[in-house]
Write a protein that binds this ligand. Sequence first.
Ligand code: ATP
Ligand code: MG
Length: 800
Amino acid sequence: MAPADDPVTEDSARPSRNDFIRQIIRRDVAEGKHGGRVVTRFPPEPNGYLHIGHAKSIVLNFGIAREFEGARCHLRFDDTNPLTEDRKYVEAIQEDVRWLGYDWGEHLYFASDYFERMYDLAVGLIRDGLAYVDGQSEEEIRAGRGTVTEAGVAGPDRDRPPEESLDLFRRMRDGEFADGAYVLRARIDMSLPNMLMRDPVLYRILNAEHYRSGDRWCVYPLYDYAHSLEDAFEGVTHSLCTLEFENNRELYDWVVENTGVEHRPRQYEFARLNLDYTVMSKRKLLRLVQAGHVDGWDDPRMPTVAGLRRRGVTPEAIRTFCEMVGVARADARVELAKLEYTVRDDLNRKAPRVMAVLRPLRVVLTNWPEGKVDELEAPYFPRDVPLEGSRTVPFSGELFIDREDFAEDPPSGFRRLVPQGEVRLRYGYIIRCEEVVKDEAGEVEELRCSVDLESRGGTAPDGRKVKGTIQWLSAAQALPCEVRLYDRLFSVPDPDAAAAEAADVEDGAAEVADFLNPESLTVVEGALVEPSVAGDPEDTRYQFERVGYFWRDPGSRADGRLVFNRIETLRDSWGKEKQKQDTDSSKRSEAKRSNEEDASRKASAGSHPAPTPGVRARISELEDTFGIGSVEAEILARDPAVAAYFRAAVAAWPSPESVDAPPAHAVPLANWIIHELPPVQGDRALADLPMGPEELAGLVALVEEGAVSSTGGGEALAVLAREGGEPRAVVERLDLAQVSDPDALLPLVREVLAAHPGEVAAYRGGKRALVGFFMGQVMRGSGGKADPELARELLQRELG
Ligand code: ATP
Ligand code: MG
C-alpha cells in the first residue's frame, strides 16, 4: 500500500495564534525586555508518565520557542523529591516529548544539578536574616500559620540568631538529624494575607537516596524555592505554569529577589487542561495502573501520551488538539468529543481505507463460477483525500459480511441486506439474499445469495437502484485478527468531582476507580481483515470502512499476531445526542430503546447511543435523496441547521446537472460540510458565518472541476469563513489555482523522483503502490496545487 506520507502541512500553516501569553511575549520582545530573548521551559517532575495535560504545556512552551526568532525551550526535570522520582520516568518523558515533535537541543537540565548552588543561596538568606531553621513539627508549623481570616503566629525559633541557624543548617546537610527534625523557613511575615508567604518552608530533611545524586544530599529544597531558582539559573524569561500556582507567584518573586540571582524570570499562569471522562493527575493514573484497572501506563484508554501513542493517535492530532483548546486564564473542562474530532479529522486525511469484518457471517454465492477469483482494484482513498494508491481485493464464491449488515426483520431505515433484498458489496458486485440458513438454535449460520455477474464495480447493468453498500471479505484469503474496541475510560464526565461527591455523601472512601466505565474495552476475537494488510508497514493506520480507524497494537506486533486497536470511531454520534438527552429525559429513554433495537448502529458508532427515530427518518431521507453514505447522512441529519445548510448547498450548485437524482455533487458537498467546515467554523453558528451555502457550493464546484486542489480549496474556505467573499475571487487572490499545465508540473515530478532513487527502484521492481508515496511528495512540493490526475499521469510516464 501507499507508505504513510504525512500530507499535513506543518504547524506554520495554521492561523497564527494570539493568546494572552503570546501577546505578553510579543510586547516584551518589542520593548527589548531580557535583551529581546525568549526562553521557556517544560519542567516535568519525573514521577510518572506524561499525560495530555502535559502535552498542552509542551505544545505551548515548545511552540513559542518555535515561533519567536532565536527563542528556545528547555526540558528540565524538576527532580527535587527523591521519594517519588525515577530514572525510567526521565527516559519515558524524553521519548514522549520527542514523539510529540519537539526537540530541546542541548538544553536538557536537572534541578538536582543545582543542589549545591541552591544550598549556597539558602545560606545567604540565613546570613541576611531572611531564613531560619525551625525545630517545630509539621503539625505545629501548620497550626502557627493561621487561617485566611486570622494572622499566623511566630514560632519559638523565628528569632534564632543567624549563626545558630547556619550551624543547624550545615548539620542538617551533614545528616545529623532524622527526617522532620528541622526545616529551613523563609523569614517573611506571619501576617500576610497570602498564606503561602507566612514563612514558607524552603528545605526539609529527607534521608533518602535520590535517583541521580544518590546519598549526597539529605536536605531537599521545596518546589517554590527550587523552581524559581531553576528558572533564574537557566535564564528563563517566561515561566509558564498552570493557574493553581497563581498564589505562588508572590513567593516566586520573593525568592528571585532576595537570593540576589542575576536573572529575573517572570511567571505567568494559564488554565490547565481538564478533559471529560478521564483524570489528569499522575498520582491518580498511577493508582489505576497499580490496581490493575488498566494494562499499564500505555494502556490505549489512558490519557497518557504513551497510551495515546499505543492507541494509534498521531502526534499531529495531539498538537492540533492542544492548539484548538488554546491558552486562556479560565479553567474549563474540555469535551472529549473535541479530542475525538481532531483525531478523526487527522486520520481521515491520511488513513488508507481497507475492509474488515468484525463479526463474520458466511455468504455463499450460488451462481458464482466454481473456483473463480476476481481480483478487484480498490482505491485506498476517497476522492476528497489528495492521496493515491490502490490494492487488489480478491472476490470469490464464498464471502464474509458483518452480521450486523444483515437483518431478517429489519428496523425501519435499515438499508443493508435483508431476505430477498439486494446490497452492493464495496468495489465488487451486487448480491441478493435468496436463502437464510440457520443452525439448530435458530441462529443465522449462512446466507445463500445470488450475484449479479454483470454488476462488477457496483453498478447494476439495468440501472436499478441498490441503496446499501457494505464491506465484505473473501473467505479463503481473509486474515483472522483480534480487534480491540476502546471506549471512554470513565462512565462519568468528571470522575474527580463524582468521587469527591461520593466521599462526601457516603462519608468515607471513594475514589475515581469507582467510576470506571466497565465497557471501556471490548475484545472482538475472530474478526477478519483483507489480505492486503499483510504487506503493509506495521505502523499503518487504517480506516476500516464503515467501522472506524485502526492500527496494529504495538504491544503485540513482535509476536506476529494481528491485533488491531480502534483508534477512533468514524463519527461522533455521542456529542450531540448528549445535549438532547441532557435537556429531555424522555428522549433519553427513547434513545435507549432504539439503541437496543438497532444494535447494528450501535456497533458502528462505538457504544454511543443510537439516533432517535425522528433523526433516523431524516437519515434515510438524506441517504435516498442525495445518494450519500449512511455515516454522512447521520452526521448531517443530527442537526437540522446542518441538514438545511447541506440542502441549500446542493441546490445552489453552480453547474446544473441532469436531474435524475441523486445529484453527484451531493457527496463532495457532504464531505466538505462534515470535515472541512467545522474547523474553520469554530464556535460560531452556521448562520453567523460570513459565507453561506451558496459560497460553499461555489468553492466545492471549483475543486470538483479541478480549478483548485482540495488543499487549496481548504485554504480558500478558511478565508471565506473568516471574511466572506466570492469563491473564485478568493481562489485567485490567494493564488491557489491548480497547476494543470504539464510543462509547469514536470520539473517538480522529476525532482521528486530524483530525490527518492530507492523508492523509484522499488517501484520499478514491482511495488506499484509506491505511486501513492510519490503523489504525496508531488502534492506537498507544489503546496497542494498540483492537479492530482495530471501529477499521477506524469509520474507514471516518468516511472516508465
Ligand atoms: P500531575 O498532577 O499530573 O502530577 P503536575 O503538574 O504535578 O501534574 P509536573 O510534572 O509538575 O506535573 O508538570 C510539568 C508541567 O506540566 C508543569 O508546568 C505543569 O504546570 C504542566 N501541567 C501539568 N498538568 C497540566 C494540565 N492538565 N494542563 C496543562 N498543563 C499541565
Ligand atoms: Mg506534581
